[in-house]
Design a protein around this ligand. Structure first.
Ligand SMILES: Cc1ncc(COP(=O)(O)O)c(C=O)c1O
Length: 486
């Protein structure tokens, strides 16, 4: 979480006279000094590398349509055309027939929000459900919980298999009630890169007359092309009879510029519940297929350009490199004493854990060696772990990374161990009898947070966060962000 470098004064007043173009651009560039260097191949999360030439083409396309707006399709038919062509291309990759329809959104979260809002409104209109529920395997992305919070849907959370990290379909079956609108599966889950048993989830949805959403935000495009390359993957798309909607992000492994995702539905009869229209106000009649109203044509053009510049061949090349790097990383990590990869990842993203060292200390150690990794907290069924998102630009650095990881593990073994169980006991003692807000304040001090300033080493903070109950962790994070943006 980078804060502007100390040597820069914050600009908080509108300057009386405008600054020069050179000054504006030079100042903006200095703001990036504290950011992670995502082009270095040393950052194992957050960005998706299309390669230099593709990035240039998609950026040019984005800028070409920056000011065109999707607000009124009659004013900018070009933007509708771009959106229609991108959506159809993705629907075809996902083996959708001619009835499949969809829209472009600002990202995976918006696609998921819309899929759940659509399910809620579909269930009300078609089944009279007024207290909607969704069955969510615990491995789903938090965006599903956000959708529940925003749209008044009850999340019914089901466990996963702690060895394979696949959704437990029997538990999903048991969680269905008369209020259930939709079942969810991931292809794949972000945390471990594992595809859920979508055929079983789809069949369960059909059996109960429910909708079924597949979160293909990270995997939808990548797996579709892998399958065309002849890889043996479980079916996860519209070829599965019960699947009624899929989200697939252009701005992840579709390699398009942000903010671009696609949400597709099996037919218009379902998608119509996504669309909002309002003519009650004294202003213009509003019709929005997605959440945003005014939206730039940039992401549509950037996505269109990426798909058409790379073509299937380009995607195949990137996938081959990324999957090769992933295999070498997984084998290499499993060979390091004390570390092991969780589940059997099918994607070029995965996670690893340790029963011997604190993985958050390892993350800090790797940070000092110039490698950025992402922490993931434990659940009742899984240990604290480190996430790795693999990009094609990492392929040449795999051996270097693995060699550093070996040294990192040795260095952590030589340090005082920050013991998860011990910290958990201390935290429980500290929190005993406190309300959520008081507990969050106590923990801030314990974790070394001062306002929005984070400690240099994050191991203690992450270990404390791992130890606390969800509701306190969430309150603490809200406090932190409330400070950060003030
Ligand atoms: C599986 C999955 N679904 C949804 C999302 C949310 O996507 P976004 O960050 O684009 O809103 C993510 C983000 O990483 C994800 O991995």
């Amino acid at each position: 979480m980078a804060v502007a470098p100390e040597n820069l004064t914050e600009v908080t007043e509108l300057p009386a006279q405008g600054r020069t173009r050179e000054d504006v651009m030079a100042t903006l560039r200095t703001y990036k000094q504290g950011d992670c260097d995502y082009k270095s191949g040393h950052v194992w999360a957050y960005t998706y590398d299309p390669g230099k030439e593709t990035a240039e083409v998609s950026k040019a396309a984005y800028m070409e349509f920056l000011s065109e707006s999707a607000l009124d399709p009659t004013a900018f038919p070009s933007v509708v055309r771009l959106e229609r062509e991108v959506v159809r291309t993705i629907a075809n990759l996902l083996r959708g027939d001619e009835h499949v329809v969809g829209n472009m959104t600002s990202g995976g979260t918006e696609s998921i929000l819309l899929a759940l809002k659509t399910a809620r409104d579909w269930a009300k209109a078609e089944k009279g459900i007024t207290e909607p529920e969704v069955v969510l395997p615990q491995t789903v992305h938090p965006a599903f919980f956000k959708a529940c919070a925003y749209f008044g849907i009850k999340p019914v959370v089901t466990p996963f298999d702690p060895k394979t990290f696949e959704a437990d379909v029997d538990a999903m079956r048991a969680a269905i009630t008369k209020n259930t609108c939709i079942l969810v599966g991931s292809a794949c889950g972000y945390a471990q890169g594992v595809i859920d048993p979508i055929e079983k989830i789809g069949a369960l949805a059909q059996e109960h007359g429910l909708l079924c959403h597949v979160d293909g935000c990270v995997g939808g495009i990548h797996f579709s092309i892998m399958r065309r390359m002849g890889h043996d993957l479980p079916a996860f798309d519209f070829s599965v009879p019960g699947v009624t909607s899929i989200s697939a992000d252009m701005h992840k492994y579709g390699y398009a510029p942000k903010n671009a995702s696609v949400v597709v539905y099996r037919n218009k009869g379902i998608r119509k519940y996504q669309i909002f229209s309002c003519s009650k106000s004294a202003t213009y009649a509003l019709i929005n297929p997605t959440i945003m109203s005014t939206k730039s044509g940039g992401p549509m053009a950037g996505s269109w350009a990426t798909l058409n510049f790379l073509g299937e061949e380009g995607y195949r090349d990137i996938i081959t490199r990324a999957m090769d790097a992933t295999k070498r990383l997984i084998d290499g990590i499993n060979a390091i004493p004390g570390l092991y990869v969780l589940g059997k990842p099918q994607m070029c993203m995965f996670s690893f854990a340790s029963d011997e060292i604190n993985v958050f200390q390892l993350m800090d150690e790797m940070k000092t060696r110039g490698w950025t990794l992402q922490p993931q907290f434990s659940t009742e069924l899984s240990p604290p772990n480190i996430h790795i998102t693999v990009n094609q630009n990492a392929v040449d650095g795999v051996d270097e990374f693995l060699a550093e990881l070996v040294k990192g593990v040795e260095a952590v073994r030589a340090q005082d161990k920050l013991d998860f169980a011990l910290v958990r006991d201390q935290v429980r003692g500290l929190l005993d009898g406190l309300g959520v807000q008081e507990a969050a304040a106590q923990l801030q001090a314990m974790a070394g947070i001062d306002g929005s300033d984070l400690p240099t080493g994050m191991a203690m903070l992450n270990t404390v966060l791992d130890a606390v109950p969800n509701e306190i962790r969430e309150a603490l994070l809200v406090e932190f962000f409330n400070e950060l943006y003030s």
